[in-house]
Design a protein around this ligand. Structure first.
Ligand SMILES: Nc1ncnc2c1ncn2[C@@H]1O[C@H](COP(=O)(O)OP(=O)(O)O)[C@@H](O)[C@H]1O
Ligand SMILES: [Mg+2]
Length: 142
């Protein structure tokens, strides 16, 4: 599986979100979960294009016993985020956005971690675990 999407512009963010949805479908995630994952990817990938200029989104499949999940790693070498707690507040933006991308993505996923240093870039790791139980008849369902 091609699991890494370079991000330089909004159109690439859309591609990354589509790849995330496709993987979620393959793994038997529900429609609501597919949408949560693709929306979270879209937001953090658009942030890469807007604030860092370029970076990449990497997708991984997680398997822990009977549990199946998706891990998304968004990495860039941009300006970094000086105050991560502030950036995670609803409505905070240094651009002209709504300031809902990071907090929204955090709510949509099960885990969400930001590692960032000013001048050194930003890495966001987020995970979501499949909750549906009627996945055995779906492609890729375990
Ligand atoms: N990859 C990134 N590199 C640098 N700064 C970022 C990055 N992602 C987010 N930020 C900072 O966090 C703020 C909040 O992001 P977000 O919640 O998506 O809101 P918005 O994109 O509408 O500003 C941004 O305004 C920006 O200052
Ligand atoms: Mg944003």
């Amino acid at each position: 599986m091609m699991n890494q999407v370079p991000i330089r512009e909004d159109a690439h963010a859309v591609v990354a979100a589509q790849w995330g949805r496709r993987l979620a479908v393959q793994l038997g995630f529900s429609l609501v979960e597919q949408t949560a994952i693709s929306t979270a990817i879209l937001e953090i990938a658009r942030n890469i294009a807007k604030y860092a200029g370029h970076g990449q989104i990497t997708l991984h499949t997680l398997a822990d016993g009977a549990c199946v999940g998706i891990e998304v790693i968004a990495a860039d070498s941009g300006p970094g985020i000086a105050d991560i707690a502030l950036a995670l507040q609803d409505g905070y933006t240094t651009g002209k956005g709504l300031g809902l991308g990071l907090p929204g993505a955090r709510r949509l996923m099960d885990s969400f971690e930001i590692v960032s240093q000013p001048g050194a870039g930003t890495t966001i790791t987020m995970r979501k675990w499949r909750t549906s139980t009627d996945h055995r008849d779906k492609p890729g369902g375990l």
